[in-house]
Design a protein around this ligand. Structure first.
Ligand code: ADP
Ligand code: ASP
Ligand code: MG
Length: 443
């Protein structure tokens, strides 16, 4: 069995859905188990529209018409009857009424709001596969397949104890191709939880681990993992192979093509992941596995992440005082701050933290250890590749390229594994930095 995950961009329009079904058909001999995201195209951004409608309901305007028009539009373009999704559209409309009436959205309600996209799209793809392609298929939600999570709304983690049950449930469908919902599971009390935005990639490897898949295919809108985000560096080319560690670093530092947690199950259970292009399915894509041949390139790829805060704690008390860092990290951990980069001197620690973190209260608390300065609108640019290890001169190439492009570097870090070099720059310099580094490292 293989797991095939089709992202929102692969099921965003009628034409993409048909291309997706064609690809599923080409893999029937490998027993595909299919995970799909909500529709996502320039004309149908379903998850974003669900959220926008919930916001409007909160402000007193419960209006489901945009979601209804988008979803029915996809159905009509495929010649499908609206009755396929109308029960869910009605439940969504009622939910908006409830939000408007209560005047509140809890994290649990927010996950329920977002769940409608995948719950509708998986029915659509399965129906097209059955009716137009003559392939026997069942639309089964990940909740009905028994995918349990820890119940944390907005960023839940899978509960591995359900894997045997999921496998049994999947097997009960025999030769029928299961199309399931990405990004969703159910918590211990039965409520729907999401794995976080972009989480369908993670669903794919979770299901891969549960069913013991031979491979997980992630189908998207680019030719695999590229040497940089092609939206920032259009000259980027696809990377043929990556290790699990390299792919994790890239996604962690902002390469949106893979959700940051995607590699956790695949690495743990040794399941190769292949990233492929639905709109160019003959391209070889990227194979992510454990056994990567050493390449002659300088590095594999460049990722970048915007909206980063830089926090500096300065204190002369830090001089020769053991335990100072432990105190700072204890505060960060209690406020669940997600630290990306760290630099220290004898009298200061600088940390980078994403914008949406709980920073305000943490910064207040950190003031008891020294002067705290928070600077906003920074970006991390990160070069990833195991080939950088032990090669002299890479850091100098990187800093020289950025100096030539007129980019000021606030922080630089390279771990002992030398698999990445991360740099903190002004957010406005992010694209310029990626372009300059791409030209230097991959031209
Ligand atoms: P999907 O709908 O398939 O989940 P996403 O939009 O989530 O697709 O991810 C694909 C996008 O990721 C690409 O269109 C591209 O702009 C972006 N991206 C960022 N970094 C990279 C990278 N290194 N390689 C490929 N794509 C990248
Ligand atoms: N539909 C969800 C999102 O837009 C999950 C995903 O696409 O992976 O975040
Ligand atoms: Mg995605």
């Amino acid at each position: 069995m293989i797991v095939m995950k089709f992202g929102g961009t692969s099921v965003g329009t009628a034409a993409s859905i048909r291309a997706t079904c064609e690809i599923i058909k080409s893999r029937l001999d490998r027993k595909p188990f299919v995970v799909v995201s909500a529709h996502n195209s320039p004309t149908c951004r379903m998850t974003d529209t669900l959220l926008k409608s919930a916001d409007a309901a909160l402000a007193g305007n419960p209006d489901p018409s945009e979601v209804i028009a988008l979803q029915r539009g996809v159905c009509s373009d495929l010649g499908l009857d609206h009755s396929l999704v109308d029960d869910l559209l009605e439940r969504f409309s009622n939910l908006l009424q409830g939000i408007a009436m209560i005047g509140e959205i809890s994290p649990r309600t927010l996950d329920l709001v977002m769940s409608f996209g995948e719950r509708m799209s998986h029915r659509v793809v399965s129906k097209v596969l059955n009716d137009e392609f003559g392939i026997r298929s069942d639309a089964v939600s990940s909740m009905d397949l028994g995918l349990l999570t820890d119940g944390i709304f907005g960023e839940s983690q899978p509960d591995e104890s359900c894997y045997a049950e999921v496998k049994k449930n999947v097997e009960s469908y025999g030769d029928s191709v299961i199309i399931t919902t990405g990004f969703l599971g159910k918590g211990p009390d039965g409520h729907i939880t999401t794995l976080g935005r972009g989480g369908s990639d993670y669903s794919a490897t979770i299901f891969g681990a549960a069913v013991g898949a031979a491979e997980v295919e992630i189908w998207t809108d680019v030719d695999g993992v590229m040497t940089a985000d092609p939206k920032s560096a259009p000259e980027a080319t696809s990377v043929s192979e990556l290790s699990f560690a390299e792919a994790s670093e890239l996604s962690w530092y902002g390469a949106k093509v893979l959700h940051p947690a995607t590699m956790i199950p695949s690495q743990k259970f040794g399941i190769p992941v292949r990233v492929l292009n639905t709109h160019n399915c003959s391209a070889p894509g990227t194979l992510i596995h454990d056994d990567v041949a050493k390449s002659t390139a300088i590095a594999k790829s460049i990722a970048h992440k915007k909206q980063i805060n830089m926090v500096t704690i300065t204190s002369s008390r830090m001089l020769g005082m053991p335990g100072f860092m432990a105190k700072v990290f204890e505060v960060c951990s209690r406020h669940q701050l997600d630290i990306h980069m760290i630099a220290t001197s004898e009298v200061s620690i600088t940390l980078t933290i994403p914008k949406d973190s709980n920073l305000k209260e943490a910064a207040e608390e950190l003031k008891k250890y020294g002067e705290v300065v928070v600077e906003h609108n920074k970006a991390i640019v990160c070069i990833v590749g195991a080939e950088m290890a032990g090669v002299p001169g890479v850091a100098s190439k990187v800093t020289t390229a950025l100096a030539k492009a007129g980019v000021n570097i606030h922080m630089i870090s390279q771990g002992a594994t030398e698999i990445n070099i991360a740099l903190l720059v002004e957010q406005d310099d992010a694209e310029k930095s990626v372009k300059a580094l791409h030209a230097e490292l991959f031209a």
